[in-house]
Design a protein around this ligand. Structure first.
Ligand code: THU
Length: 135
């Protein structure tokens, strides 16, 4: 889906988070900011580790901040990088976003503005959900 309107407050928060990214190994900074259902903005950046596999993505950091504050739903998220073709969420992040809002809007942006808009469910068709757990 191609894009038009992006929430400016979320874009600003995502850019601020991007500045705080800890990415000394990949040098690829990512910032994410989401709006919870109660209207609060939570943001996060990628946080890498010398043991590379322990890296946390920006989307995960933002979701952790939201869930740790006791919130369980969000309506929209902006993911910001300076890549020419800006980064879409990795597979693991798609599942993590889906846990809290299959219907949320995902804005993918770079320094030129918003490039793509998706719905979380569109990014992860057939997602694993609690409905699939044994009863
Ligand atoms: N990264 C994210 O923060 N989000 C994604 O969805 C994909 C990748 C980070 C992880 C790592 O620090 C860097 O980008 C390069 O993979």
């Amino acid at each position: 889906m191609t894009a038009n309107k992006i929430p400016q407050d979320l874009l600003i928060a995502a850019k601020t988070a991007w500045q705080n990214a800890y990415a000394p190994y990949s040098k690829f900074q990512v910032g994410a900011a989401l709006r919870s259902s109660s209207g609060v903005i939570y943001s996060g950046a990628n946080v890498e580790n010398a043991a590379y596999g322990l890296t946390r993505c920006a989307e995960q950091s933002a979701i952790q901040a939201m869930a740790s504050a006791g919130e369980r739903q969000f309506t929209e998220i902006v993911i910001y990088t300076t890549a020419t073709d800006p980064a879409t969420p990795c597979g693991a992040c798609r599942q993590i976003l889906h846990e809290f809002a299959a219907d949320a809007t995902v804005f993918i942006a770079n320094a030129q503005g918003v490039k793509y808009i998706f719905r979380v469910s569109e990014l992860l068709p057939g997602a694993f959900t609690a409905k699939r757990l044994p009863v």
